[in-house]
Design a protein around this ligand. Structure first.
Ligand code: JFZ
Length: 312
């Protein structure tokens, strides 16, 4: 266990990437800003499944340059990246046989987004992890929806969804992209010990993998995941990773300009490192595949600070 955790305990700084079809509406529906998180827009605005699926036709990230993303991360001192392979909207950023709701089949872009990111990470010596929403899935029928479904076409058996979509997709992300550093489960709506147990054997596919604590069904995982805050005294006896946004959303939202300053972000990183944790700092790329300007500026500022004060 300790050997497996050793790189992670020294890493201190990771980059979270929330990217998907929600970057197309970018927080607006029916001409109005939808309050809350950009990646929750389908849920929060009760967007019908067929309507939401139309956004995929405009998901065409022709500016996507994973080499540039990873270089920027590396220059900021980031040691690992965790990207949403599938968020709660169920959209897979990868080529999957388990559901047609994926970037290859449902978008004009038509190419797997994870493979070139994995290649860039290998090139720059950055570890790569995957976020996967195992329970909430608002498009593949039978997937859970926190608070319940709002469109009858979402209905189905959650056990069938787990067997036919989630488990096969987790197997795909753990076998098609080389070494996977971290697996980031999220929001265990409807998860039971029996459902969680369907996923556990898959971890053997990546012997060194580090798993967070959000699978559900009483599975503890390797790391705690304080969200948007820094525990005052760390978390004694547990490894932990504070995930945090630079503004107020994870997925890109055009109206969210509430940016933390670079000095706040640097202070947070130092505070977290001093308490034995890791900082997983989020970026929400646009549907064209760009990092918003304020994010680039902050990563560059952190990089300048690292050059003077960091180790790497
Ligand atoms: C979850 C997601 O719903 C959200 O979209 C984002 O991906 C974030 C990183 O994770 O949101 C949560 C999950 C757990 C808590 C709060 C928000 N929590 O435990 O306080």
């Amino acid at each position: 266990r300790d050997a497996r955790m050793s790189w992670w305990r020294e890493a201190r700084f990771g980059m979270f990437i929330h990217w998907g079809v929600y970057s197309v509406p970018a927080g607006r529906y029916d001409g109005k800003e939808v309050p809350g998180l950009g990646e929750w827009i389908m849920h929060d605005a009760r967007i019908p499944r067929a309507t939401y699926q139309q956004y995929a036709r405009s998901f065409d990230p022709i500016h996507y340059d994973p080499d540039a993303w990873v270089r920027l991360a590396k220059e900021a001192g980031v040691k690992y990246i965790v990207i949403t392979s599938k968020h709660h909207d169920g959209f897979a950023l990868f080529d999957t046989k388990a559901s047609p709701w994926n970037v290859v089949q449902a978008t004009p872009y038509g190419k797997d987004l994870l493979a070139p990111l994995a290649a860039a990470c290998r090139k720059y010596g950055i570890r790569l992890g995957f976020y996967y929403s195992q329970a909430n899935d608002w498009n593949n029928p039978g997937g859970a929806a926190a608070g319940g479904h709002w469109d009858s076409t979402q209905n189905g058996s959650m056990d069938d969804y787990i067997r036919n979509v989630a488990v096969p997709q987790v197997k795909e992300i753990l076998t098609h992209y080389g070494k996977v550093a971290e697996l980031w489960w999220d929001v265990p709506t409807g998860m039971t010990p029996a459902r969680a147990a369907q996923f556990l054997p898959l971890l053997a596919l990546q012997p060194g993998i580090i798993v967070n604590n959000r699978l559900g069904g009483d599975v503890k995982g390797d790391i705690e995941t304080p969200e948007q805050y820094i525990p005052a005294t760390g978390i004694p006896g547990r490894d932990w990773e504070t995930c945090m946004t630079m503004n107020d959303t994870w997925g890109y939202k055009v109206d969210d300009n509430h940016w933390k300053s670079a000095s706040t972000l640097i202070r947070n990183l130092v505070d977290i490192a001093s308490k034995g944790g890791n900082y997983l700092l989020n970026v929400g790329p646009t549907s064209l595949g760009d990092f918003p300007g304020p994010i680039v500026e902050r990563l560059q500022s952190i990089g300048r600070w690292m050059k003077v004060n960091g180790e790497a």
